[in-house]
Design a protein around this ligand. Structure first.
Ligand code: GLV
Ligand code: MN
Ligand code: MN
Length: 454
């Protein structure tokens, strides 16, 4: 048995069997010897982790690499079945809540609040194989490892696979965790997708009763903590050659859907000064968003991810252009200030182009801070492995962000090659992925040991 792990196991055994203290008295010596002998050995099975991640990457696989596995799609439904099977193989008691979140419980030895950990398996359009998948299958690997090593925990442990984190479908990011945290409710059920199907329709396809959506809420204060392992999705860890990131805070995000309405008319016969070209206006709007965001000092970002043009014919002036605006920053006030400025610019552009642009709110995720006790468990876990850490913000929104509303939250980051994510080129090396899962494993045990003592 391994040095760091042995200490934990000894404590567990002695809690259950005080007499074990005597015959285990030799262990501290062997522990310190092992520590001095060199780098600590891993407990997790990195090959099993790789196997399950590779298998998951088959669901929604794209020819150019990576996956398209949108939340609420047939592809994701099939992937969920696969992951549910892996959870069952790990001995977890699996249930699905009315928001479609999948939970797998491993009982603890004491009557204590649940320690929850996991991530998501939905992807963006043409996404990669690590965003969400690593944290999801890494969490199940932690359970497999605890089973293999017969480790009991005081707290019940629960793995969660959140529904529709990316929000590419229905425009609502972190949908499942948002419902669980009580921030989204029945008002979202009538939202329609491009095919005219409502969220309620999709929940029914996921064998859920939308009328019970709010039953998915987790009462605030009822969890011991929430922990998520994720790829960094940025370049900092790789650039600095640091294997583990400790997230300090997660950016807030606001999204709007805007429609520029002009008039679709003949492209050959309409003089240039009589046009109401919605695409020309939207093009100026896209640049206005970029200019406003760049004009502020700081690390805020703003994006227009697509423009849908109608009617979309080579010889027709565009009559309608629909586009989302997304703004992110750690400070919501900065987001609100930028949005006011953007709206002023849109009004001026409307006048120049003789069109009307209106925007409606689509999504709103507040910034969140990581909990000191959870961060401290991550530092301790990385230190026990001899892995250096770096404090980082998360520029991506996360399910952990929603969980921070109701529980102490922490996130572990591992490097993303070239800082690329939401792309088929998204890549984290297997050793880096394994480091993250081993840190997750150890951090869970540190939290189990430290939290909730009378
Ligand atoms: C999700 O990964 C996001 O940040 O949009
Ligand atoms: Mn993610
Ligand atoms: Mn993502």
């Amino acid at each position: 048995m391994l040095a760091w792990h042995s200490a934990k196991t000894v404590r567990s055994i002695c809690r259950i069997l005080p007499g074990a203290m005597l015959w285990l008295a030799w262990l501290p010596l062997s522990l310190s010897q092992t520590r001095e002998a060199g780098s600590p050995k891993f407990h997790i099975d990195s090959q099993r982790l790789q196997r399950t991640l590779e298998k998951l990457s088959e669901f929604g696989k794209n020819p150019e690499g990576g996956v398209t596995r949108l939340g609420f799609s047939e592809t994701e439904l099939a992937a969920r079945e696969y992951v549910t099977g892996v959870m069952k193989q790990a001995g977890l008691q699996v249930r699905v809540d009315p928001a479609g979140n999948i939970f797998g419980l491993r009982p603890g030895s004491e009557k204590l609040p649940i320690l929850l950990f996991g991530s998501h398996i939905d992807s963006v359009l043409h996404g990669g194989n690590f965003d969400g998948d690593l944290g999801s299958l890494g969490a199940i690997e932690v359970i497999h490892t605890l089973n293999d090593l017969s480790v009991k925990t005081r707290h019940p442990l629960e793995v969660v696979i959140w529904t529709n984190e990316e929000g590419n479908h229905f425009g609502l990011t972190t949908l499942g965790s948002g419902v669980a945290a009580g921030q989204l409710g029945p008002e979202i059920l009538d939202r329609k997708d491009d095919q005219g199907l409502t969220l309620a329709d999709w929940l029914r396809r996921y064998s859920q009763d939308p009328a019970h959506l709010t039953d998915a809420r987790i009462p605030p204060g009822s969890l011991a903590a929430f922990l998520e392992l994720h790829i960094e999705q940025g370049p900092n860890l790789e650039e600095n050659k640091i294997p583990i990131g400790v997230v300090q805070g997660i950016v807030g995000l606001k999204r709007w859907m805007c429609v520029a309405s002009g008039f679709a008319n003949h492209a050959g016969t309409t003089p240039m000064n009589r046009r109401k070209d919605a695409l020309a206006a939207a093009s100026k709007d896209v640049l206005a968003v970029r200019d406003v965001v760049r004009a502020e000092p700081g690390r805020q970002v703003g994006t227009v991810g697509f423009v849908k043009v109608e009617p979309g014919a080579v010889n027709v002036i565009p009559g309608r252009a629909q586009f989302p605006v997304e703004l992110r920053n750690l400070d919501t006030e900065v987001i609100d200030r930028m949005w006011r400025r953007i709206q002023e610019k849109f009004t001026a552009i409307d006048k120049e182009e003789n069109v009307e642009t209106s925007c409606t709110p689509l999504d709103d995720a507040e910034p969140a801070s990581a909990d000191p006790a959870v961060k401290s468990a991550i530092y301790a876990a990385a230190k026990s492995l001899g892995l250096a850490t770096m404090d980082l913000p998360s520029g991506a929104v996360q399910d952990a962000q929603k969980m921070a509303k109701i529980a102490p939250m922490g996130m572990i980051f591992v490097p993303s090659h070239d800082g690329i994510s939401h792309s088929p080129k998204e890549f984290t090396s297997w050793p880096d992925a394994a480091n993250g899962v081993e840190v997750l494993y150890r951090a869970i045990l540190v939290l189990d040991d430290r939290l909730n003592h009378q």
